[in-house]
Design a binder for this molecule. Structure first.
Ligand SMILES: NC(=O)c1ccc[n+]([C@@H]2O[C@H](COP(=O)([O-])OP(=O)(O)OC[C@H]3O[C@@H](n4cnc5c(N)ncnc54)[C@H](O)[C@@H]3O)[C@@H](O)[C@H]2O)c1
Length: 392
């Protein structure tokens, strides 16, 4: 078997996702690297010494690649993605697909017309905490979903999003898209609907007041990130252009009647996401979002707050690599990814098996999500199974 040949375009922090595709002699290999910054090329070349490096992604178009990891800044997804799709190369593009809806449509159109594979890096669909919540919902543990609330505490926000291109609205459209893309996608996935109405607000409430600014062009991300950068107002070397919100909240109404709220803050001491899903027959909530955390379900009766929930499910996976989600984005999966407007044989098979409850079935739902959920630590004995409505 010859190895699949992959390229990586954009050799910054997120390019590490490509490491899972580098298995020379075992199916796939990184053979080409592109980034305009020489220091980034040199660092990446140490990791992939047999790969050829280029300053411009267009040099990769005629390299007969099987696929490319596109890990450029958000505003530089659209055109390279279209170039590779038109060259017949499968594309793994990091989220967000593009920074405007027109840009997204252009990329989808190119994938549709060429039939080349396109996979958007929504790694949270492989996150064990998300899969655990989804399985509980689909098992009927809380009845029919009515509301999902997500609070996103972005503890490292000052370092990650306010010191480089992320802080510039022209390059991201804003952090509700750049950072919120994950949770907003997950909430839709859990709820099984599309948004029909939105209201939202946000502002630059803290970092905008810091006058110490620095152009970090050419610096590597690792050079300006430290857990010691606390408290938030003591941060130094912020981005010269900073016009995205550091505090925002959005309300969304879906076409199936589910209400969503999403809240994002970039200066909390802790970094994690807390979801609450409320159904017609109970509520679930995650405490911690990686290995060591739990998802609790209350569904047997009414009461005041009860720490001893009716069901407690351990979150499996790991504490890094997005809870263990990143290694699951391996080439074998995204080679099977959806081509817009088409279905792979594997998808058709799994949909036919009816593993998605009919009420929750949704055109946006990709059934090839990943492994199952965690160990049940506690399940209240007794009336639970009797009182739970069975799923249609
Ligand atoms: N799914 C996730 O969990 C996750 C996590 C982090 C980042 N991301 C996404 O990954 C992407 C990259 O983010 P990052 O944190 O690695 O940013 P980064 O700034 O660390 O790296 C971006 C790299 O792209 C290079 N670049 C700039 N213009 C280029 C061009 N025209 N051609 C090729 N390379 C170019 C830069 O020199 C830099 O090395 C973003 O879209 C971000 O949203 C996703």
């Amino acid at each position: 078997m010859t190895d699949l040949r992959f390229g990586v375009v954009g050799l910054g922090a997120r390019s590490r996702i490509a490491q899972y595709a580098h298995r020379p002699g075992e199916g796939s290999e990184i053979v080409a690297l592109a980034d305009p910054v020489a220091a980034q090329r040199e660092t990446a070349h140490k990791q992939y010494p047999d790969a050829t490096t280029y300053a411009d992604h267009s040099d990769l178009l005629d390299q007969k690649l099987d696929g490319v990891f596109l890990t450029t800044p958000d505003d530089l997804h659209e055109d390279p993605a279209i170039d590779f799709l038109r060259a017949g190369v499968a594309v793994f593009v990091e989220k967000p697909l593009a920074i405007t809806t027109t840009g997204c449509d252009r990329v989808l159109q190119a994938a549709y017309e060429t039939g080349a594979r396109l996979y958007v890096g929504h790694n949270m669909r492989h996150m064990p905490v998300v899969l655990t919540m989804r399985e509980l919902i689909q098992s009927g543990a809380i009845g029919e979903v009515k509301a999902i609330w997500c609070r996103h505490f972005v503890g490292h926000g000052g370092d990650f999003y306010f010191k480089d291109w992320h802080a510039d609205r022209r390059r991201t459209t804003g952090l509700l898209l750049q950072k919120g893309a994950h949770d907003i996608d997950v909430m839709h996935w859990l709820a099984g609907g599309y948004t029909t109405r939105v209201n939202a607000m946000g502002a630059l409430t803290l970092y905008g007041g810091i006058e110490d600014r620095l152009d970090r062009s050419g610096q590597r991300f690792a050079e300006f990130v430290s857990d010691d950068n606390w408290p938030p107002l003591s941060q130094k070397g912020m981005a010269p252009v900073m016009d995205v919100e550091d505090l925002s909240m959005a309300n969304l109404l879906l076409d199936n009647g589910v209400f969503l709220t999403y809240e994002q803050c970039h200066y909390t001491p802790d970094y994690w996401r807390n979801y609450t899903v409320i159904g017609t027959h109970g509520r679930l909530e995650n405490f911690g979002d990686t290995a060591g955390g739990v998802v609790k379900v209350w569904n047997s009766r009414r009461s005041g707050y009860r720490e001893d929930a009716d069901q407690v499910v351990e979150i499996p996976g790991s504490t890094d690599h997005h809870g263990g989600a990143d290694p699951l984005l391996r080439p074998r999966r995204w080679q099977n990814a959806h081509v817009p407007g088409r279905r792979t044989r594997r998808c058709r098979r799994r949909v036919r098996r009816n593993d998605i409850a009919p009420k929750q079935r949704h055109p946006d739902r990709h059934p090839c999500a990943g492994p199952g959920s965690g160990r049940v630590l506690r399940q209240r004995a007794g009336p639970l199974s009797g009182v739970l409505p069975s799923r249609p």
